[in-house]
Unconditional design. Structure first.
Length: 268
């Protein structure tokens, strides 16, 4: 029960009976689960504030211990009464906001060694069982305080422009092409390139002379076409439909130079 040792050392002067030591253990379990002690008695006193320590006079009544707690998120306020009945302690805890009540009965001798009140390392026993009884009998029925965890915003460095299809990709250096995305395997990806104005997808239905499958070494519209387009006239990676023949570097005959079928037939 980490943290109980300094609390017990602080409260040792007030511990004169086994039930006093048990109240210290119960108090620390409430602190561990997000509650802080406000004071003694049923009603609030002047200048009260939440504390992990027990308030002054907490052990004044050896038959009925009355303590009030408030959660760290200020959502719950508990009224704890520990009532001694012979050798047992009956814990009655009420949540004042919801009026819920929880009860637990503990045999003092099961958790406290009365002959070792001066030695913290020997005074408590079956501490795991005590923690389980408090958690299942009080914390769970009344509800533990909520933790206001703040999620840190995701760093912009972790975001990639490729994750957002509407994000404009960063400018590429002159003479380079924009990276292609992996070709999708879905049959519904057919025609996807026609919907992408930036030309970063595959599966288009429109023939692009620069991506028609023929080897096109050295053709990059973003670097310009001598005598036709200056460098930078076409954005890097954009689809480009060239006008006119591309020059002598194009392999094979140019379809635009072939005569139509039957051009010399006078009856056409």
């Amino acid at each position: 029960m980490a943290g109980l040792e300094p609390l017990y050392a602080w409260a040792r002067a007030a511990v004169s009976r086994p039930q006093d030591a048990l109240v210290c253990g119960i108090h620390w379990e409430l602190v561990r689960h997000g509650y802080r002690c406000l004071g003694t008695g049923d009603q609030p006193g002047p200048d009260e504030r939440k504390s992990e320590l027990l308030p002054a006079g907490w052990e004044a009544n050896k038959e009925v211990y009355t303590l009030r707690y408030k959660s760290t998120d200020d959502a719950r306020e508990l009224l704890l009464k520990a009532i001694m009945v012979e050798d047992s302690m009956i814990l009655n805890v009420m949540d004042r906001s919801s009026q819920k009540v929880a009860d637990v009965t503990l045999a003092v001798a099961d958790y406290i060694n009365p002959e070792h009140l001066d030695d913290f390392h020997k005074v408590y026993k079956n501490t795991e069982e005590l923690r389980t009884r408090i958690a299942s009998g009080i914390i769970t029925p009344l509800g533990a305080p909520t933790e206001k965890a703040k999620k840190e915003p995701e760093s912009k460095k972790d975001l990639h422009w490729d994750d957002d299809p509407l994000r404009v990709p960063p400018q590429q250096p002159m003479g380079t092409r924009a990276p292609f995305r992996p070709s999708p395997l879905s049959p519904f990806a057919v025609g996807g390139e026609d919907l992408d104005p930036l030309g970063g997808r595959s599966g288009g239905m429109i023939v692009d002379p620069l991506r028609s499958g023929f080897p096109q070494p050295g053709i990059d519209p973003s670097s310009g076409i001598p005598g036709r387009l200056p460098p930078g006239a076409v954005p890097p990676g954009a689809r480009f439909d060239p006008f006119g023949p591309l020059g002598a570097g194009r392999p094979g005959p140019d379809p635009d130079h072939l005569p139509p079928p039957g051009y010399d037939d006078m009856f056409m």
